[in-house]
Write a protein that binds this ligand. Structure first.
Ligand SMILES: NC(=O)c1ccc[n+]([C@@H]2O[C@H](COP(=O)([O-])OP(=O)(O)OC[C@H]3O[C@@H](n4cnc5c(N)ncnc54)[C@H](OP(=O)(O)O)[C@@H]3O)[C@@H](O)[C@H]2O)c1
Length: 257
């Protein structure tokens, strides 16, 4: 299976790194283009794929083409390339209808991955037009399933999904950064503070599969204790409300296009 990325930026790199970590079956051959920065060659060298001179060459050689540019250049790309055998668009805030109208002769799926695909622990939301060939959808699901958890959605819900899972690694990184630096300021070795916070995030994620957020909060915060003091300070500073506002701000930006 040959997967070609039009665009070799952050998300293309994350997906390519995830696939390059697989051993044996399921590892696609990877091709890349860019708009002149040299990132395609650098990424191909890093993950063991190939950089291709033009988007048209890449499309002709690929079983799946992944559109991994910023949304603004989709029109010029569509005009310049032949019809891909299958097109996966991960353009943020870009409805399926827009992509299918620009690529009328290709089967199109819309994806929303998050950065954790790089370590094969991502979430990849997929929307497909009515009438999509089932074999193609199955092939795409199994290809993407090696990068994390695949969730099928209606296209209208992709912006909501993006606000909840696409942007979120950056929010968790912000929380982690604040806690790691507090540990360092209080005398922890940076590596220890990082290990404590990252493993606590990973463990809390596992716990969330078993218990509700409310149950976890109650089980950690005994009345009058240090966690309760921390939660009160968090609430005063905006707490959960701040994250709801962050998700709403992302949605507003996506709706503005
Ligand atoms: N980053 C995330 O976490 C994330 C999550 C979900 C979805 N997305 C979506 O993924 C898409 C890419 O985001 P990103 O963060 O990876 O962006 P990025 O780092 O800016 O990368 C964009 C890439 O597109 C290339 N490009 C631009 N015009 C091109 C053209 N005509 N032909 C070939 N390549 C071209 C750029 O080339 P140069 O290298 O030459 O500049 C660059 O390699 C966006 O639509 C975004 O909404 C991103």
């Amino acid at each position: 299976m040959i997967v070609g990325f039009i665009g070799s930026g952050n998300m293309a790199a994350a997906m390519a790194r995830g696939w390059s970590r697989l051993e044996g079956n399921g590892t696609p051959q990877l091709l890349f283009t860019d708009s002149g920065s040299g990132r395609a060659t650098a990424l191909a060298d890093e993950v063991g794929g190939g950089a291709v001179e033009t988007n048209s060459d890449l499309v002709e050689q690929s079983d799946f083409v992944i559109l991994a540019t910023k949304p603004g250049v989709i029109g010029e790309i569509a005009q310049a390339v032949p019809a891909p055998k299958a097109l996966l668009s991960l353009l943020g805030g870009t409805p399926l209808e827009r992509v299918t109208s620009l690529f009328p002769d290709s089967p199109v799926l819309r994806l929303m991955p998050n950065l954790a695909v790089e370590v094969n622990r991502g979430v990849i939301c997929i929307a497909r037009p009515a009438g999509t060939d089932q074999a193609l959808a199955d092939d795409a699901s199994s290809l993407l399933g090696s990068l994390g958890t695949v969730i099928e959605l209606d296209d209208q819900l992709m912006n909501a999904a993006t606000a909840v899972m696409g942007c979120t690694p950056a929010y968790f990184a912000e929380v982690a950064d604040a806690l790691i630096h507090t540990g360092i300021e209080e005398g922890l070795e940076p590596a220890d503070s990082l290990a404590m916070v990252s493993e606590t995030l990973a463990g809390s994620a596992e716990l969330l599969r078993e218990r509700t957020p409310f149950e976890i909060r109650v089980a950690v915060a005994s009345p009058g204790g240090s966690t309760e003091a921390g939660l009160e300070a968090l609430d005063e500073a905006g707490g959960g409300q701040a994250f709801r506002q962050a998700a709403q701000a992302s949605l507003k930006r996506m709706r503005e296009g």
